[in-house]
Design a protein around this ligand. Structure first.
Ligand code: UDP
Length: 258
């Protein structure tokens, strides 16, 4: 497989196609639950992964956006689940991080079957399986038109993948963290819309309001990190077909936190 874009600079790739994306380098935070099947017990639903992969590949090849993905592992294991049952928290979190590697490989497989060159970069060394995360190398992959999938979060327990998504975004100088939701909630609401039918969705909301009103969007650590580093967050429904493209083009979907 040849690496499309290898001889083409990032700025050239941005002019590909007739539309101009609003965002040019992004970190897409995908929850592992987004990969699970809604209709069966499958931990990873191949059709769902393929659909999301197709949208990511399109963003890279047609829109010329440099896409990286921080993939979660909640469909396989969450550290808090084990800790709640008496396991050592650090061990349980490590199991969760290994779950993210499984999801990362599933996404890489789906992307490469579509002809989209992809690199998995893990925060936990596993050289037989994927590359280690090296910041400058990640940037180079993106410049060459490869999708980069960040696995194993930050490589440290006591975090979820929200904060590493924000951290990687700052490190690689991404313009935005795109947080894809999967639970039917398509943005940030004044209250939980599943509990309160009067809840309204914000088109835009400030970091201060997210914190002050305790709007549950991402981990608070991730929110404050993004605030301190001027990194906007777009919260949007990644399960609706076409939404990744719409989000990258700057169409009015979801909620922009800035
Ligand atoms: N995790 C961790 N450190 C990290 C990232 C993840 O310990 O830097 C563990 C943590 O136990 C977490 C699990 O990996 O619960 C899976 O990640 P996450 O909960 O973010 O998955 P998601 O909810 O996005 O599917």
């Amino acid at each position: 497989m040849t690496d499309r874009g290898q001889a083409v600079g990032a700025s050239d790739r941005r002019s590909v196609g007739e539309v101009t994306p609003r965002w040019h380098r992004v970190v897409l935070k995908l929850s592992g639950e987004a990969f699970a099947s809604s209709s069966s017990d499958d931990t990873i639903d191949a059709h769902t992964v393929e659909r999301i992969a197709a949208e990511i590949a399109e963003a890279s090849s047609e829109l010329g956006v440099e896409v990286s993905v921080m993939i979660g592992g909640g469909n396989i294991w969450r550290g808090q689940t084990g800790a709640g049952e008496g396991m050592d928290r650090a061990t349980s979190d490590t199991m969760g991080m290994l779950g993210t590697v499984i999801n990362a490989l599933a996404l890489q497989d789906a992307l490469e079957r579509l002809g989209q060159p992809t690199r998995v970069m893990s925060a936990i060394a596993m050289s037989e399986v994927c590359e280690p995360y090296i910041r400058r190398r990640a940037v180079r992959h993106l410049e060459k038109g490869r999708v980069v999938v960040f696995a194993a979060g930050m490589g440290r327990p006591f975090f979820t993948t929200d904060t590493p998504a924000a951290l990687r975004a700052a490190e690689i100088e991404a313009e935005i963290v795109m947080k894809g939701t999967h639970s039917g909630v398509d943005g940030v609401y004044s209250a939980d819309p599943r509990m309160d039918p009067a809840a309204t969705r914000y088109d835009e909301v400030s970091f201060m309001d997210v914190v002050a009103k305790d709007l549950r969007v991402m981990d608070l650590t991730a929110i404050t990190f993004c605030k301190d580093n001027n990194l906007p967050i777009l919260v949007f429904d990644v399960m609706t077909s076409g939404n990744i493209r719409s989000a990258l083009l700057g169409e009015k979907i979801g909620t922009l936190i800035q």
